[in-house]
Design a binder for this molecule. Structure first.
Ligand code: SF4
Length: 335
């Protein structure tokens, strides 16, 4: 659905510059930005996806993944089409590379989002499946209504949103999981057509704005799996985001234009876990691996399992009133 876009300015010769994300596209008349959903029509920028939804489902919050935020709840999860990154290993290419005329699109309005969330017994809304930044106008309007209706709101993002739009939505955004795709600018440039630094700044700003933050790092063999790189990433998390920030290492599987790279060996995943613990990260998790202890929330003081997880089923017996039931240590979880 076409709507006025926010965060842009005319720059002469019928061109406009978009400042919603750090790509900062300069767009000629009758052309789209890199995300493929924002179009310059007669020197004015429009979003073509306001209220256009490619996927809707009630998902466990653990699926995002967010492990320290309303554990055990369901979030009405919505995605649209397009993306402001061009990751060679994209795991959602069927929608991230689709255009606004995508045949499975359904139109929805912010009131309907809230109504659906309540009808399906969800405690919140998650903007996910593809990059929510590029859906800003719609996710902002809907998130405002969601807060009024007592629902939480969540972004699952690549962290490329610019400061002004993040500040705008921050009063209505409770949590964000940011994918830190590697810890080198070279990887971001070659694999994602983006840069590392703005992503790190978004994480720090999210923290400053009081948005609950968890980070995910997809470990890809031969690309971002060196001990040094993972050490640098973990040290940065501890120093800049705080040791309480949950870190999710996710296991790569071949996809999209990176089908020649093998799955991440389990030993690499265990090594990443060990590096994070040694670096001082208090809550580390492994994703896309066979079920085991690596998805549990462990008390950093006494080792008690505070929250046990098996897939999306959870056991909260070891956690009460924000504390470990065994030793009383505060476990930083938003409930
Ligand atoms: S939101 Fe889209 S059009 Fe705007 S700067 Fe980012 S990629 Fe370009």
């Amino acid at each position: 659905m076409k709507n006025d876009a926010k965060f842009w300015k005319p720059i002469g010769n019928n061109k406009v510059q978009c400042s919603l994300c750090h790509q900062g596209c300069r767009i000629n008349n009758d052309r789209f930005g890199l995300c493929g959903v924002r179009k310059n029509e007669n020197s004015k920028l429009y979003t073509l996806i306001y209220g256009s939804c490619s996927s809707i489902a009630a998902d466990p919050i653990e699926k995002k993944p967010l492990y320290h935020f309303h554990p055990g709840s369901n979030a009405l999860s919505l995605g649209t089409v397009g993306c402001n990154f061009k990751c060679l290993h994209c795991q959602n290419a069927s929608i991230s590379r689709a255009t606004p005329d995508f045949s499975y699109m359904q139109e929805i309005n912010p009131d309907k989002v809230i109504e659906l969330a309540k009808k399906r017994g969800c405690e919140g809304i998650a903007w996910t499946y593809n990059e929510p930044t590029i859906w800003h106008e719609f996710s902002f309007d809907s998130s405002k209504l969601a807060k009024k209706a007592g629902l939480y709101t969540v972004y699952v993002s690549n962290g490329y949103i610019q400061e002004e739009p993040l500040r705008e939505i921050s009063p209505y955004l409770d949590a964000i999981n940011v994918d830190i795709k590697a810890f080198t600018d070279d990887f971001y440039k070659k694999v994602c057509k983006a840069r590392l630094e703005p992503v790190l700044k978004t994480c720090m700003l999210a923290k400053e704005l009081g948005i609950h933050l968890e980070v995910t790092y997809l470990v890809i063999p031969g690309y971002n799996n060196s001990v040094d790189e993972i050490k640098q990433f973990c040290s940065w998390v501890v120093e800049q985001l705080g040791k309480n920030t949950p870190v999710h290492f996710s296991r790569f599987h071949p996809d999209h234009q990176m089908t020649d790279v093998p799955r991440t060996p389990m030993e690499t995943m265990f090594k990443a876990y060990e590096i994070a613990c040694d670096s001082g990260v208090l809550y580390t998790y492994l994703g896309n691996v066979p079920h085991g202890d690596y998805e549990n929330t462990i008390c950093p003081k006494c080792g008690n399992i505070c929250i046990g997880r098996h897939g999306y089923s959870i056991n909260l017996d070891g956690f009460k009133d924000g504390k470990c039931v065994k030793c009383g240590t505060n476990i930083s979880i938003v409930i």
